[in-house]
Design a protein. Sequence first.
Length: 471
Amino acid sequence: MTAAFGPFGRLLRRSRHAGAAPLANRAKAGAERRGRSRGQRFAALESHETARALPAAALVAALVLSACGGKPPAPAGEAAAPPTIRVATFNAYLNRPAQGGLIASLSAPDDPQAKAVAEIIQRAAPDLLLLQEFDYDAEGRALALFQENYLGVSQNGAAPIAYPYLFLGATNTGVHSGHDLDRDGAVTSEPGSRAYGGDAFGYGDFPGQYGMVLLSKYPIDEAAVRTFRTFLWKDMPHAMLPDDPATPAQADWYSPDALAVFRLSSKSHWDAPVIIGGARLHVLASHPTPPVFDGEEDRNGRRNHDEIRFWADYISPGAGGYIYDDESGRGGLAAGERFVILGDMNADPMDGDGVPGAAAQLLDHPAVSASPAPESNGGAAQAKIQGGANLVHGTPAATDTADFGDDVEKGGAGNLRLDYVLPSKRGVAVKGGGVFWPAPDEEGYALVGPGFPVVSSDHRLVWIDIQLTDE
């Protein structure tokens, strides 16, 4: 089985966890549900430095790729071109309903879903990869097992892939707050139920559910990593705090005691610098809460908006002075630094249940290179096949990255663009991109299927190819 990359060579112009210290740079170490229902147009303008497990047809049609995926050596006296780096995000749906469940699933190399997820990663072969909805354990056992039993083993002929550098940080999902955050009349402190999850800082039936992890082929500057897991929502200026619709007061959905400890990040926000050929690329990673599962107060929609706004302020000179990290360091990203914002933002540019303009905080940011948007043939095909809510969407279906319920009468939102890889304009040149979503008549379709049952994930891996520049 090989992955399909569809028609080639074209880019369209448009635009729920507690734990110990992070595991970073461990050499070769051996998912809030939206009530969801249910890739890949390959667009490469430049060859990638490492071999890709692409079907031969993709290599021929892309033209610019050599058989080994590398570039010919530069002529004598001519400076070598900078490496092309593939950066990807993937909400891999590797969460389990009970603590320790993911470790059990990955302890043997025969979990069908994990195999499909691993094959997608092997086929796409990213150099930097943010995985979300990967249950967190402080020792990193699940991650080590996933690397050893799945990524490190060929899946259906795809080349094994290794990531010698890792960042596995604690998240807020399933961390109990001590308060009745969902206002159901009880403070539920026993893990394992939706009521417990509703009172956690980020929804999770147990601490660690729906975590995230960064995998890299390039060194992570561990000493320079910043995490913002404990940043308080109330400390964001003009925060979009939810109102109790039954009172005239403002921003009063949460009690003063609850608001005094309420964390902005439903998982965490990470700034993890990666060193590539001596140059620094800040990986800005997060997974904002879905803007649903609430009521008229729209507490999740408002939180989603501000989790996204955090990055918009962080990369804006002069706007991030209020920000503090988990080590009490203050301020945003230094002016002129290269960055790439990664993650399932749970916000579509035009469709779905998010606060209007939430995604635009990044897509329209003057420092962000948001166009062209990665595309797939599968997204466009499934929107037509599934119909329903998809028929009235404004976001182009080819850019969708998540396959959800389509029945409008049942509250289905349809397929949405939620997952993003957004580099800085300064110092990063985009060379190509895509969404791993093969159409039904393309190779690799079995890895995603028609949406239900979920074969790999209800999200699709999204990637871009970049080169670091001095401009």
